[in-house]
Design a protein around this ligand. Structure first.
Ligand SMILES: [Zn+2]
Ligand SMILES: [Zn+2]
Length: 389
């Protein structure tokens, strides 16, 4: 059991807390620190999605209030990814973080499958660094600054600087606190236009919102429904939800500009098979990188906060009323059902409507206009009408 554990600073990434522990413990070898923290010397010190957190929490001093859930939500990048993961993947990652990660957690999560590379080294804002030192007497690795796609500090309107500390791979079993950061003393000058900078600030704010709100995985069909609704508002999709792909790609590219999209490895061009933008608005059961969702939300006019609060106006079954197929009723085949309850099919790909008529007739379908369904319903209605005679 540890005799002390540093209190995490606001938005401090767990790796940074552990690095401060290492320094204060006076241990020379990081292996000794690993053993003290996790009871094992083979644990890899992963920055974004660390594992073995159950063991860590078990080893904390008796009065410590930290829980695995709290550490994951407040001091790792898990909440950055979680809303956009398939539920089973999210669970897999969460469990890998609690216990033992067999193999690479990123590969398993499909995070690496995306063409969007994670930052190679830990990053910092020079102004945050100075302020931390004034306020706390030391600085720390800020969680927000380590998220892929966060290139600026939105509090200080600065570009983040690369430190000399590798974010993955190289220091597998080491702890390097932000105070020992051997960052380039010269400030990195980035030449990006005012518009690009504005978008980068907005993205950083969105990532911060995600990190602070710990959303559970959102069913991909629900995201698509909101996207569709907003695309319809922008006249980039027909009212029936058919997306005008070429126009979408064109408007999206000119909204963000090539510079920004290149910087974030999120270039789009129409007709390319790997065009993520066309794919993300299609029906799919595939995870897309959080950044790409955030880009699409901003393009559709929403910061993450308002997007997730949005009530969707997209109606998968159009406007009612809908027909009743009760052959025994006088209103057979007449549009008399005013309300539909929308749920999701088991694989979460399709909206499933449950139509309940005042006569007591209830039917569920993914498409009330489908002729095969109507034929069957008519047949059933005839059968039930005949049996009543
Ligand atoms: Zn800053
Ligand atoms: Zn009816």
């Amino acid at each position: 059991m540890l005799s002390f554990f540093p209190a995490p600073y606001p938005d401090e990434i767990l790796y940074s807390v552990l690095a401060r522990y290492h320094v204060r413990s006076g241990n020379v070898s990081p292996k000794v620190t690993l053993h003290e923290l996790f009871g094992s010397t083979t644990v890899t010190t992963t920055v974004d999605l660390p594992s073995h957190l159950n063991a860590l929490v078990r080893n904390l001093p008796p009065l410590s209030k930290h829980t695995v859930e709290g550490l994951i939500q407040n001091h790792t990048l898990y909440p950055f990814y979680s809303p956009f993961l398939l539920p089973e993947k999210a669970e897999l990652i969460y469990n890998s973080m609690r216990e033992h990660a067999w193999g690479d957690i990123h590969t398993r999560a499909g995070i690496m499958a995306s063409s969007l590379p994670a930052p190679n080294c830990l990053r910092f804002c020079p102004v945050c660094l100075r302020e931390d030192q004034e306020r706390y007497g030391e600085t720390y690795w800020h969680r927000l600054h380590q998220a892929p796609g966060v290139v600026v500090c939105h509090t200080h309107s600065t570009f983040l600087q690369d430190s000399g500390v590798a974010a993955r791979g190289a220091n597998k079993h080491e702890f390097i606190p932000a105070d020992e950061n051997s960052g380039s003393p010269k400030l990195r000058r980035l030449n990006h236009g005012r518009e690009t900078f504005k978008h980068l600030v907005a993205l950083a704010q969105d990532v911060e919102w995600l990190l602070n709100n710990g959303l559970p995985p959102i069913v991909s069909a629900q995201l698509q429904q909101k996207y569709k609704s907003l695309l319809i508002d922008k006249k980039l999709a027909t009212t029936t939800g058919y997306v005008r792909q070429a126009e979408l790609v064109h408007c999206f590219s000119s909204f963000f500009g090539g510079d920004l999209l290149k910087l974030l490895d999120s270039d789009v061009s129409y007709g390319r098979e790997s065009n993520w933008l066309s794919n993300i608005v299609r029906k799919h059961r595939k995870a897309f990188h959080p950044l790409r969702h955030l880009l699409l939300m901003r393009f559709l006019g929403h910061p993450a906060s308002s997007f997730f609060a949005l009530e969707t106006r997209y109606k998968p079954f159009g406007d009612g009323p809908w027909r009743c197929f009760n052959g025994a009723a006088e209103h057979y085949l007449r549009p008399v059902i005013a309300k539909v309850q929308v749920t999701w099919s088991r694989d979460a790909r399709k909206a499933l409507g449950t139509f309940s008529c005042s006569c007591g007739f209830v039917y569920s379908t993914t498409d009330p206009r489908r002729s095969a369904y109507r034929r069957r319903a008519r047949h059933l209605a005839r059968v039930s009408a005949n049996s009543k005679v």
